[in-house]
Design a protein around this ligand. Structure first.
Ligand code: PLP
Length: 356
């Protein structure tokens, strides 16, 4: 071949399959349940704060996102130096791998889990070591420990796990960390942390405080409803957080995103009320699905998982007929976000009528 060639790993990067928008059907409201977005609109204070930032779009944003760092530092009671803000927590995954992996270094992660992991790992020229989740969609932490080798730089723990739903417990996480060598990072991806309702739930901040190799990733995209603005953050001990900031894209987080994130933190009580409503809907949906005979793994995020194997595409098509768009994973299953009440009703109708 002639002409400029990208690094060899670039050809190995899998494509990201984004959740599809709904098919437009005349006379029918369609609902997008394919990207785990928050169905509620932003709170009024958030829109106003973003509008004020829009007025100064001719200026670069504050490169240091100082006000957002201060707000997060106060909210989480962690030093500013232990934070790294980025354009969504997906960006932080890329940053972490680029900062810590040499080409060929290994990253252990559950599979099926967040589809951005293998993409970011390949983009960093690192090697993905996927460890199958258990039959009930949980991380197989023993197998993940067993998969750690001399080249492992990082173990990813996605809790709750996207797309299967279950969370790890604090006891399980502590046991994992105790068995991971101290030079290996343990990433706790808590994109759905606000939705978790269980005994022995992970306290991410306490866990990071206790372990210099633990990194938390959080996002404003899901519970906070700012998916379109791209803002997430990491919490880690200063050496790790400094490395994450060092490789970040300058001026990545826009002024509107910074303003909206700060206003969202201020509106937290109201946002968390909405999260409670989604959690109640999740319970209603789960109970209905189980009643209809579906064996859904315990959902701790704002989505439920249907293991469908070869019937996945058929299920997605039947959902589309009812005006709801789900996220199919070909040959494996479908992830369906908890959305508007009417959308959830349609999912229950689908689940009751779809032959198993
Ligand atoms: C949605 C999601 C993220 C975050 O996405 P951003 O929008 O980039 O912040 C991170 N991890 C998991 C598991 C997710 O599902």
């Amino acid at each position: 071949m002639t002409g400029p060639q990208p690094r060899r790993n670039v050809a190995a990067i899998p494509a990201y399959v984004a959740g599809k928008p709904p098919t437009v059907r005349p006379g029918m409201t369609s609902y997008k349940l394919s990207s785990n977005e928050n169905p509620y609109p932003p709170l009024p204070g958030v829109v106003e704060a973003a509008h004020r930032a829009v007025e100064v779009m001719n200026r670069y944003p504050d490169m240091g996102s100082a006000a957002l760092y201060d707000a997060l530092s106060a909210r989480l009671r962690v030093p500013v130096g232990d934070l790294a803000v980025a354009t969504g927590s997906v960006a932080l995954i890329y940053q972490l791998l680029n900062a810590f992996c040499e080409p060929g270094d290994e990253v252990v992660h559950a599979w099926r889990s967040f589809e951005a992991y293998p993409i970011a790992i390949a983009a960093a020229a690192a090697t993905s070591v996927p460890v199958p989740v258990t039959a009930d969609g949980r991380h197989d932490l023993d197998a993940m420990v067993a998969a750690i080798g001399p080249r492992t730089r990082c173990v990813m723990v996605c809790t709750p796990n996207n797309p299967t739903g279950p969370s790890v417990t604090q006891t399980e996480l502590d046991a994992l960390i105790a068995r991971v060598p101290e030079e290996v990072l343990v990433v706790v991806d808590e994109a759905y942390v606000e939705f978790v309702r269980m005994d022995d739930r992970v306290d991410g901040v306490a866990t990071y405080r206790a372990h210099p190799n633990v990194v938390l990733f959080r996002t404003f995209s899901k519970a906070y409803g700012l998916a379109g603005f791209r803002v997430g953050y990491a919490v880690a001990h200063e050496a790790v957080a400094t490395a994450l900031r060092a490789v970040s894209l300058p001026f990545g987080v826009s002024g509107v995103a910074q303003a909206a994130a700060i206003a969202s933190l201020e509106a937290e009580p109201a946002l968390l009320e909405r999260v409670d409503a989604l959690v109640a809907e999740r319970a209603r949906v789960t109970a209905g699905l189980r009643e209809a005979g579906w064996d859904v793994p315990e959902p701790q995020g704002n989505f439920v998982w249907f293991e469908l194997g070869e019937r996945t595409a058929e299920f997605a098509a039947a959902a589309d007929e009812l005006g709801i768009v789900v996220r199919p994973f070909a040959g494996e299953g479908a992830r369906v976000s908890v959305g508007e009440d009417e959308a959830n009703d349609r999912l229950l109708r689908l689940a009751a009528s779809f032959p198993r």
